[in-house]
Design a protein around this ligand. Structure first.
Ligand code: FAD
Length: 298
């Protein structure tokens, strides 16, 4: 997994990709949690990269335990597969020194796109007990460090810890003011919620490009886990699909991919130029969605 060569050639900035004329379609992968899973993750990364997406993001394990893999996968995407990487980086369970080391490592390896996150709080952990409390502090730090295109997360259905959507948007504006150049949304299963959110953030003076995050739900078990973790609501229309096809894995997968495809087409048709698929290391799902919209993203 470790790629030894240091390549300082920078990546194309994500902002340049998502603001281009061509609709942007990107995919997400996550690093292995265990050493023993490296091979299967590498295989999935390679297969997804072969689809030549606009860019690929690599998540950062909560607590940073798998961060060496995030860097190694991002580096391989850039140097071996020729795909622009976006490396996630979370701060809440790191010290300032550790973040500086990570930034130096990323910059040395020419990985110059970062999705800057607070990270989920480990059980019993209080945000701010180390050096960072909010993602905005990490964003300010990366900005000062220099040399990165910085993205952040946003929540069309409100972050679960926020008292209100207005409060959440107020803090989102702080992230942008600190130097966040683009935003990626939490998964959303109802495009109308996303359009409404877009309207409200623009009204609040947040004018950076927004990438819509779409999660294809391809099995019934995944639904419960996903909604519990993210607090997202499943629209009635999708729930009916699950009720009808949830016990038939092949049919459920087909329906989930069709639902996500329909969402993506609607987003592009409504002027959202960039869609990020939470492809969860599933090359077949990424491939089918891309094939379904091949003419649309030309
Ligand atoms: P923040 O922007 O800091 O917001 C967290 C909460 O604090 C919000 O409720 C916000 O309104 C509030 N807040 C912010 N500033 C203030 C302030 N000054 N005063 C009071 N309240 C404030 N997690 C991972 O561990 N690894 C990943 O790779 C990863 N990738 C993600 C990618 C995307 C696109 C998204 C949407 C989420 C991702 N997450 C990831 C999950 C994310 O870490 C969690 O949702 C986390 O709980 C919040 O992170 P944030 O960066 O949005 O935090």
């Amino acid at each position: 997994m470790e790629v030894k060569t240091i390549n300082t050639e920078k990546c194309r900035p994500i902002t340049e990709i998502i603001c281009g004329k061509k609709p942007s379609l990107s995919f997400e992968v996550f690093p292995p949690k265990l050493e023993s899973n490296i091979e299967s993750v590498e295989k999935a990364v390679k297969e997804i990269a072969t689809l030549s997406p606009s860019y690929m993001s690599v998540t950062y394990g909560a607590g940073g335990g798998t961060s060496k893999y995030t860097v190694a996968i991002a580096e391989k995407l850039k140097n071996v597969y020729g795909v622009t990487p976006l490396a996630h980086l979370s701060c809440v369970s790191s010290t300032r020194d550790e973040i500086h080391q990570k930034l130096t490592e990323l910059r040395d390896r020419g990985i110059t796109n970062i999705l800057a996150l607070r990270g989920d709080l480990p059980e019993g952990f209080v945000a701010g007990s180390l050096d960072y409390k909010y993602a905005s502090e990490l964003i300010a730090e990366i900005k000062e460090f220099g040399g990165f295109c910085i993205g952040g997360a946003c929540y069309p259905e409100c972050h679960p810890e926020s008292e209100s959507s207005a409060e959440d948007i107020k803090h989102l504006k702080e992230k942008v003011d600190m130097g966040c150049e683009f935003l990626t949304t939490q998964m959303c299963f109802d495009n109308d919620i996303l359009y409404n959110f877009m309207y409200r953030i623009r009204e609040a003076g947040i004018n950076v490009p927004v990438v819509a995050g779409i999660m294809p739900i391809t099995n019934a078990k995944q639904i419960k886990r996903t909604c519990e973790l993210s607090g997202q609501l499943l629209p009635q229309r999708f729930r009916r699909i699950v009720d009808r096809y949830g016990s038939n894995p092949v049919a459920m997968k087909q329906a989930g991919i069709a639902y996500a495809t329909e969402q993506v087409i609607d987003l592009y048709a409504n002027g959202i130029n960039a869609v990020h698929i939470y492809s969860m290391n599933k090359p077949d799902v990424a491939r089918q969605i891309q094939a379904n919209i091949s003419e649309i993203i030309k």
